[in-house]
Design a protein around this ligand. Structure first.
Ligand SMILES: [Zn+2]
Length: 200
């Protein structure tokens, strides 16, 4: 904390520092940027944050972000409906879409298994995934959870949970660095990890 600054500034720096990928130095730079920006720009930013928090919902089918109903991917008739790619968060969808390698559907778990943090299968959107397998004509489930301990544990759990279903289960190949979150994998690596995916 800087004794040199008013409390309101210190508070904002502290709030911003709590965001992912933003350290105290960046938080300070953003705070000064906000102070120097025209008032209208900041009001636009605040309104965008407010709108996101009030109007964005999870898609009832895949738990991707949507503006109320079914998300843009689930409602796109051009997507390949025989495949579902399972990701931990909406960031996984962004990563896969950026790679351009995949044209199927998604399922967002909204987390990864982590017994230490009290995150068990019931805390994730796993039931919804299993429900989709009865009736949608799904032939392949691609496990694209992160290559972290939580992501691997989740992939292993899903492989077992999917065994009773008549569906091929694959996992992205190990081109993705160990400990890596899908969101930070470069496009070429992710394309290769998808092309080289193997039976889980
Ligand atoms: Zn959806």
């Amino acid at each position: 904390m800087h004794k040199a600054f008013p409390d309101s500034i210190n508070r904002l720096i502290k709030e911003l520092s709590a965001m992912p990928g933003i350290g105290p130095r960046s938080a300070e730079r953003i705070t000064f940027h906000i102070l120097q920006s025209p008032r209208e720009n900041i009001i636009d930013l605040l309104n965008s944050i407010k709108e996101v928090k009030t109007s964005v919902r999870f898609c009832g089918v895949c738990s991707n972000l949507s503006d109320g109903g079914t998300c843009g991917i689930c409602s796109d008739p051009a997507r390949d409906r025989t495949r579902i790619c399972v990701v931990e968060g909406p960031g996984g969808i962004t990563a896969m879409e950026r790679s351009g390698a995949y044209r199927g559907l998604y399922h967002v778990l909204l987390g990864a298994l982590s017994p230490i943090d009290g995150v068990g299968p019931d805390e994730l959107r796993i039931g919804g995934l299993l429900k989709r397998l009865s009736g949608e004509g799904v032939a392949e489930i691609i496990l694209a959870t992160d290559f972290t301990t939580g992501g691997e544990t989740t992939a292993m759990y899903l492989k077992r949970a999917l065994e009773p279903f008549n569906v091929t289960v694959t996992r992205l190949s190990r081109g993705v660095p160990v400990g890596g979150s899908l969101e930070y994998v470069d496009i070429a690596t992710l394309q290769r990890a998808f092309e080289d995916r193997r039976k889980a």
